[in-house]
Design a protein around this ligand. Structure first.
Ligand SMILES: CC(C)(COP(=O)(O)OP(=O)(O)OC[C@H]1O[C@@H](n2cnc3c(N)ncnc32)[C@H](O)[C@@H]1OP(=O)(O)O)[C@@H](O)C(=O)NCCC(=O)NCCS
Length: 229
């Protein structure tokens, strides 16, 4: 099944097909054939993205979150800095399961695509970050990105590299659905997030008034399809 142009997408269409597989080496790679799991079947989304190695970190692998990530998720959420900047708390395995179910629902609907970012280590992959594209909808020209990096992995450029891979993928994957702009929002007193925006080509646009649950004003940065990092 192919995706129709803007305005001709039937309501309820699964515009992200279960079984759809994408390989993107963050060098402008393009999606594989859509619809390999067509016919309304349900099943895991098997998208895999790659962010190339840097002097500070090996190649990163990005893929949709899985149920078995619950333990790692609970561990990462013990960090008070992460909890300060995220809206949904994860303090227990029950909350981790709810978080992962919500993420899965986002993939199933195609409105929110959330990637676990893994760093391959000799003793197995380590969860190092999360990147999401949210507020996606057929015919909607803009969506929003979000991210965090596990405390132990910060300061090695992981968030910018993972965000770059997801940004390229999203502009490519949702071009036919009308996506042309991605917004990145952070509170004014989060300079680390502002640096991620700058390093990934998300240019500052405006100051936004505080929006609950975040008590302070924010920055909106944006990147357009076709614009470089
Ligand atoms: C913002 C965040 C995602 C950056 O991730 P990262 O993978 O560390 O990204 P970078 O390595 O590019 O570092 C970005 C900035 O963080 C700061 N930083 C550097 N080392 C750091 C460390 N060890 N710990 C915390 N911040 C550090 C620096 O200001 C850096 O900018 P610089 O490269 O110009 O010096 C991460 O700090 C984080 O997860 N914070 C909590 C959640 C959050 O704020 N999410 C964004 C909400 S809008």
């Amino acid at each position: 099944m192919s995706e129709g142009p803007v305005g001709r997408v039937p309501p309820g269409i699964r515009w992200l097909e279960p079984g759809h597989r994408v390989r993107n080496r963050a060098t402008g790679g393009c999606p594989g054939p859509a619809g390999t799991g067509a016919g309304g079947q349900t099943g895991p989304v098997t998208i895999t993205l790659h962010a190339p190695a840097s002097p500070a970190a090996p190649e990163l692998v990005l893929r949709p979150w899985r149920a078995e990530d619950a333990d790692a998720l609970v561990d990462v959420y013990r960090d008070p800095v992460l909890r300060q900047w995220t809206t949904v708390p994860v303090s227990s395995h029950a909350e981790a399961r709810r978080w992962l179910a919500d993420v899965r629902e986002g993939w199933d609907s195609g409105h929110r695509c959330t990637f676990a970012v893994l760093e391959p280590l000799p003793d197995g992959d380590r969860l190092v970050a999360n990147v999401v594209v949210k507020r996606l909808a057929p015919g909607r020209e803009h969506a929003e990105v979000g991210y965090w990096t596990a405390a132990a992995a910060r300061g090695r450029g992981i968030a910018p590299r993972a965000l770059e891979a997801v940004t390229r993928w999203a502009f490519d994957r949702f071009a036919a659905a009308g996506l042309t702009r991605l917004d990145l929002l952070h509170q004014v007193d989060n300079p680390a997030s502002c640096r991620v925006a700058e390093k990934t080509g998300y240019r500052f646009q405006e100051v936004l008034p505080a929006r609950p649950p975040f008590p302070r004003d924010g920055h909106r940065h944006a990147r357009w399809a076709g614009s470089p990092a």
